[in-house]
Ligand binder design. Structure first.
Ligand code: SF4
Length: 371
């Protein structure tokens, strides 16, 4: 069933007092037509209940505030697994959609959605980072602590980011989403420097475990439109979840991709099997008692996260990679998000090290793609 725009779940705006007069804040308030409550500087919105029980209610409150920390950081990958060298642009925390497996439930300790409105500081940090590495293309993504587009109808941030990045020689921005909210990506010059990416899953998982997200058809229709608009497209199959009929579900999803999007427009596809911090399980189990996938057998990985056993991961990856290889263009990079050399070797027959490292593989893919 289609939910539509996830930002319509937001029912109230909270604004940190010192941010109230920012022109960007005013723009969001005007666009949203939602009731506004002021919050003292350094204060927080009031949401009844105790975390994480109040998370569903909290996701209806959008807090416009200052980011007092850094906007721009390297992705917090772990040493034990191959990390892609992504740079995270932290635009806010939490999102109005609600995936059962969402790591943010265990990572955050407050229920509301935060969105940082001091975007001059964000662009100043980006300037600094890009000037520091003029010969290196930075791959920047906003989809680490939130969804890149789920609130975009209200915030309009994508247009500010695209306007900035389209002129930069040494940066590429990846907007990653489970929504179909692409209106702001139309009628704007992106100069081929913005990748629009969708996280996809088997339709059963999307329908059952990803609440208020767009359906597979809606995501692919949005991807198709973005491809027509000249955007490079990416897909992330993450988390791949073992469930009854998973083989058919993932095959079906892959077949649909290549009917919707010309294969030459796809820059990369990542695969990552379900992994989670152990304390996510009780949180998710209490919020979503009907979900069953946390009750499979797991092994603790080198990063302390629970993962499927190696044989099970290899079986799933091999099926997906074989299916992708039926359709894929040779300019598209398929890679694993946070997997060990052993898995790379078993599934792909090589390790990232042999190709100069995963970060280098993606840099080369991008350079070839953008030529
Ligand atoms: S879309 Fe992403 S950020 Fe939002 S709930 Fe799902 S996993 Fe979490």
């Amino acid at each position: 069933m289609s939910y539509g725009d996830p930002s319509k779940f937001v029912a109230a705006l909270y604004v940190e007092e010192q941010c109230y007069d920012y022109s960007y804040t005013r723009e969001i308030i005007k666009r949203s037509s939602l009731p506004v409550s002021l919050v003292k500087d350094h204060g927080t919105p009031e949401v009844d209940g105790i975390y994480p029980e109040n998370l569903t209610r909290g996701k209806q409150s959008l807090f416009l505030c200052r980011n007092r920390g850094r906007f721009f950081k390297s992705c917090p990958g772990t040493r034990e697994y191959n990390c892609c060298g992504y740079q995270v642009l932290n635009i806010g925390m939490n999102c109005p959609m609600d995936c059962v497996y969402c790591i943010l439930q265990a990572y955050l300790n407050n229920p509301w959605l935060s969105f940082f409105v001091n975007i001059e500081d964000l662009f100043a940090e980006l300037d600094e980072a890009l000037q520091a590495e003029p010969d290196h293309v930075l791959r920047v993504g906003t989809g680490e602590f939130t969804d890149s587009l789920a609130l975009d109808r209200l915030t309009g941030l994508s247009r500010h980011l695209i306007g900035y990045i389209c002129e930069k020689e040494n940066a590429v921005l990846e907007l990653k989403t489970k929504s179909a909210m692409i209106d702001n990506l139309c009628n704007i010059d992106h100069n081929g420097r913005v990748i629009v990416a969708w996280s996809l899953n088997s339709p059963v998982i999307m329908g059952r475990e990803e609440i208020r997200t767009a359906t597979l058809d809606e995501r692919l229709a949005a991807a198709s439109r973005c491809a027509e608009l000249g955007y490079p497209i990416a897909f992330h199959f993450d988390p791949i979840i073992w469930h009854e009929g998973w083989q058919d579900g993932y095959r079906y999803m892959i077949g649909k991709i290549f009917k919707a999007v010309p294969k030459e427009r796809i820059v990369w596809i990542s695969l990552g099997a379900l992994r989670f911090l152990p304390h996510l399980k009780p949180i998710a189990a209490s919020r979503f008692p009907h979900s069953r996938f946390f009750y499979e057998e797991f092994v603790e990985g080198l990063d302390g996260k629970s993962r499927y056993f190696r044989d099970q991961r290899v079986e799933m990856y091999k099926l997906l990679v074989n299916e992708l290889n039926r359709f894929i263009s040779d300019r598209t990079c398929i890679y694993f998000c946070m997997e060990s050399d052993v898995i790379w070797q078993e599934v792909f027959g090589f390790t990232p090290e042999e190709k100069g490292g995963l970060s280098n593989m993606l840099d080369l893919t991008w350079r070839e793609f953008h030529r």
